[in-house]
Design a binder for this molecule. Structure first.
Ligand code: DX5
Ligand code: ZN
Length: 224
């Protein structure tokens, strides 16, 4: 099943509930929340209180993408605030296995993320532990960047490995997803598509979400 996960990073934070509702009206089934600490990535965003407010404002599952150093210190607080999915960067975790177990214990769905420069092979020992793998298609830190097509190969590899090993993780892609890139992401095997700028950048978030979902579903139907 294809899902669109609007990233609130590009939304108007003063009208967050309204913008989230619009994306939901357009067919969003998950809400992507980008958490940045100014250390792992050169930008700062939000913490558990905003997740707690979103939890009250929408019934969509909250997909919390932690772009932070030492995520172990914050995973329980995000889970407590209402995060349904929590993902951590392979590059930020010295003891990745332990961190993934901590997410599991917290009750959230478990995700691991890799940057464009990180090989998919670095995840081979943890693939059986996760519910989803997030492949970054830009370098994390900012919305509105250009899609990096070279990462599509990693999506294909992860889909092939899942089949070969009989695993069931979902594959999510984040960064530069727009009407002109979403079809190739889906054809490579991405099933959860994050989009910030393409949804909240300009125009109506509901219409933008509808358009992306339609393009993604069409690409999924002609997938070989
Ligand atoms: C980037 C974030 C993304 C970002 C995507 O560091 O992880 O979720 O919001 O934004 P767009 O869709 O504008 O590339
Ligand atoms: Zn993200």
């Amino acid at each position: 099943m294809i899902e669109i996960a609007p990233s609130i990073l590009s939304a108007d934070f003063a009208r967050l509930a309204e913008q989230v509702r619009a994306a939901e009206d357009g067919g969003a089934s998950l809400l992507h929340v980008d958490v940045m600490d100014g250390h792992f990535v050169p930008n700062l965003t939000l913490g558990p209180p905003v997740v707690a407010s979103l939890r009250k404002a929408t019934s969509l599952p909250l997909d919390v993408h932690l772009m932070i150093e030492n995520p172990d210190a914050f995973i329980p607080a995000f889970a407590e605030a209402g995060a349904d999915w929590i993902s951590v960067h392979q590059e930020a975790c010295r003891h990745l296995h332990r961190t993934l177990e901590l997410i599991r214990t917290s009750g959230a769905r478990v995700g691991v993320v890799i940057n464009p420069a990180t090989p998919a092979e670095t995840l081979s020992e943890v693939l059986a532990l996760v519910d989803f793998v997030l492949v970054m298609s830009v370098n994390p830190g900012f919305g509105g960047q250009k899609f990096i097509p070279a990462v599509l190969d990693k999506v294909r590899k992860l889909a092939a490995e899942r089949a070969a090993r009989g695993l069931s993780y979902r594959i999510e892609m984040d960064g530069g997803i727009a009407p002109d890139t979403i079809a190739e992401a889906v054809r490579a095997g991405a099933e959860v598509l994050v989009a910030g700028n393409a949804i909240f950048g300009k125009g109506d978030p509901a219409e933008n979400t509808r358009r992306l979902l339609k393009a993604a579903n069409e690409a999924a139907m002609i997938k070989v």
